[in-house]
Design a protein around this ligand. Structure first.
Ligand code: ADP
Length: 484
């Protein structure tokens, strides 16, 4: 790892500071169990300090002209690109995902997102409205103010980027609270922003625990909006707490996404899509295709091929190029995953691959790629988000049964459909209640395409310029009498 890239203090007003009470927490490499560093642990007083710093920066930031704002975001993208190896290694050490994923997928997408939103920064504009009477009426699209971003541990740098890039592009100032398991890339992001010229206070990063630092950010009356990605359970708490100060809240929450395979699908592609759909990112992906819904006509063939696909998900050192399944982010998460494996067995699902805890050189939090077949739609492993490499394969009779089963969940984040029949594909895409539908592909993302949930997977969208304007600006209507 790039030791010299490790930062472990709070980033407030473009300076490194300790927590006021001097408290720290350990951040651990889940592939080795080693402590990477002790990170300053923000308490309410520290969060309030970061919010005050953001508030102080707002007047100056609003004066920065939009072209310059755009240029700063572009430069930040350049700086991330220039430090891609280091950021990739940092992410892998903190999260446990294969270096290939961090370096070749996450970091390049982060660069692309900063560039995309650099393009938005000087295009945030209002309209003139044809009102009745002798008036000129126009709208201003103004920043919301201070945006508190709370992000999870599965895609630490990406999730920080999904929130901060559009928020900054729209002229807001930001206090970012990364997940306590994986604070390192967010801290480095704050520092890189300062290096390319972002003024002090515009982007602050306060690592700490959810119930202390996260809750303090949600409660602080000076914070105008909360952009949250995390579990549905915590999303509900955030929404309740935010009600006291009527913050604008956007929530990107959990999922139990269906990957529907129809009998006429190209079996090879469908198996490949189902395999990467659940095992990419160790299944610690909110959009993971964790319910694989398969028409009975091809069910046996599919299950056999899927188990074979799972067997190719090589568990190993995340820094090895041959590794496909990295380390589960924490011991706690590993135990949670194993408890679902037990639940699957005891509820009578058929374990056709994996389901074992394992290690690499005697160390680390590793689980083999796990496939349960003959899963009933009501079973725990078909209803609850596991957030790990565990697939539940559910047989269905026909398309109607597939749609019904796909929608039989409290969640609605994403869905996949595999079929050669384009008419069926579009029909199912319309009927599935999910914020993203992939047809004959899975896990595709782009800076320009909105992402977010239906149902208890949340509301508000990340990515795409329209979603950014909806979330990170507010509209002011100005009336001018034109005929005295
Ligand atoms: P995950 O399942 O990804 O761990 P969580 O919802 O637990 O998701 O965490 C997502 C983010 O929310 C993390 O940054 C975490 O620290 C934060 N968080 C957890 N509890 C709270 C809370 N009560 N208030 C605000 N933020 C919280």
């Amino acid at each position: 790892m790039h030791e010299d890239a490790v930062r472990n203090r709070l980033w407030i007003g473009n300076e490194w500071v300790d927590a006021e009470d001097g408290g720290t927490f350990q951040t651990i490499n889940p592939a080795t169990g080693e402590v990477i560093t002790e990170v300053a642990s923000a308490q309410a007083a520290d969060v309030d300090k970061a919010v005050a710093s953001a508030r102080g920066a707002m007047a100056e930031w609003r004066k920065v002209n939009p072209h310059k704002r755009s240029q700063l975001l572009w430069r930040l993208a350049d700086a991330i690109e220039a430090n891609a190896d280091e950021l990739g290694a940092l992410e892998t050490a903190d999260n446990g995902k294969p270096y290939f994923e961090s370096r070749k997928i996450d970091v390049p997408s982060v660069v692309e997102i900063f560039r995309y939103f650099a393009g938005l920064a000087d295009k945030v504009q209002g309209a003139t409205i044809p009102v009745a009477g002798p008036f000129l009426n126009y709208t201003l699209r103004e920043p919301v103010g201070i945006v508190g971003c709370i992000t999870p541990w599965n895609f630490p740098l990406s999730m920080a980027t999904w929130k901060t890039a559009p928020a900054l592009a729209c002229g807001n100032v930001v206090v970012l609270k990364p997940a306590e398991q994986t604070p390192l890339t967010a801290l480095r992001l704050g520092e890189l922003a300062a290096e390319v010229g972002f003024p002090p206070g515009v982007l602050n990063v306060v690592p700490g625990f959810g119930e202390t630092a996260g809750a303090a950010l949600v409660r602080n009356p000076d914070v105008d909006a909360i952009a949250f990605t995390g579990s549905t359970e915590v999303g509900k708490i955030v929404m309740r707490e935010a009600a006291d100060t009527l913050k604008k809240v956007s929530l990107e929450l959990g999922g139990k996404s269906p990957n529907v395979v129809l009998a006429d699908a190209d079996l090879k592609s469908a198996v490949r899509g189902a395999t990467s759909g659940i095992f990419y990112g160790k299944g610690e992906v909110c959009a993971a295709g964790s319910r694989v819904i398969v028409e009975r006509a091809i069910y046996d063939d599919f299950v056999e091929a899927f188990a074979k696909g799972a067997s190719k998900m090589t568990v190993g050192d995340p820094m090895d190029s041959g590794t496909r399944l990295g380390a589960i982010v924490s011991e706690e998460q590993l135990e949670r995953v194993m408890s679902y494996v037990e639940a699957g067995k005891s509820e009578g699902a058929r374990l056709v691959h994996g389901g074992e805890r394992t290690d690499v050189d005697g160390k680390g939090n590793f689980v083999t790629a796990t496939v349960f077949a003959d899963v009933e739609p009501g079973m725990k492993i078909a209803q609850e988000e596991i957030f790990g490499p565990v697939a539940a394969v559910i047989p269905v009779d026909d398309i109607e049964d597939a749609i019904h089963t796909a929608n039989h969940t409290i969640y609605g984040l994403a869905a996949g459909i595999w079929t050669r029949d384009i008419g069926k594909a579009h029909r199912i895409a319309q009927e599935i209640q999910a914020g993203t539908v992939w047809i004959n592909t899975y896990n595709q993302y782009d800076a320009a395409s909105p992402f977010g949930g239906y149902k208890q997977s949340g509301f508000g969208r990340d990515l795409g310029y329209q979603a950014a304007l909806d979330k990170y600006t507010q509209t002011k209507s100005v009336w001018v009498a034109v005929d005295g």
